[in-house]
Design a protein around this ligand. Structure first.
Ligand SMILES: [Fe+2]
Ligand SMILES: [Fe+2]
Length: 170
């Protein structure tokens, strides 16, 4: 079990790690493109949330716990998710595809999240998404021969400890 200060250091360090070599040219073939494009666009959008509701819930929670490192930690967690969104977006740009603005699944999830003012609900929501993400990015990585896309996936898969950050509070 780690405290918030541990996580604060973890995220600070992790954000400095550059694991993607952007000098590699994308090499997605047509079959791969058709198979993965829709889900790639949907996850790209999903990773770019502002996180305002989560920050509010975390701030409330931090006051109760009297933990001054908690909210800054959650903010860095959101920043890391946005980094994933940016990387996927950059990849979409490189292969000449659109970054989508709206996805019905995403809108629905955003609405549900809007109702989440308690950290307990957030914990469940985030663990669900993080677990699904681990499966999705592993599949995406296996589904392509493109070296750049594989590196982007690996970088996201390394984030596995996200689940632990939310689990540790129980
Ligand atoms: Fe992510
Ligand atoms: Fe994550």
């Amino acid at each position: 079990m780690h405290n918030s200060l541990y996580w604060l250091n973890y995220f600070t360090q992790n954000l400095k790690n550059k694991r993607i070599d952007w000098s590699i040219k994308p090499s997605l073939n047509q079959t791969e493109r058709e198979k993965i494009l829709k889900s790639l666009q949907a996850w790209q959008l999903g990773e770019t949330s502002e996180g305002t509701n989560l920050i509010n819930a975390a701030t409330k929670h931090a006051k109760q716990l009297n933990d001054r490192h908690y909210t800054p930690t959650i903010k860095l967690f959101i920043l890391e998710e946005q980094k994933h969104g940016n990387n996927l977006g950059k990849y979409l740009d490189l292969i000449g595809e659109q970054r989508i603005k709206k996805d019905w699944g995403d809108s629905l999830f955003r609405k549900i999240r809007g109702l989440n003012t308690h950290m307990e609900f957030w914990t469940i929501a985030v663990i669900t998404v993080e677990s699904t993400a681990q499966i999705f990015y592993q599949c995406l990585k296996d589904a392509t021969e493109c070296k750049l896309l594989k590196q982007i996936c690996t970088d996201i898969l390394i984030e596995k400890p996200h689940i632990l950050l939310f689990r540790q509070k129980d």
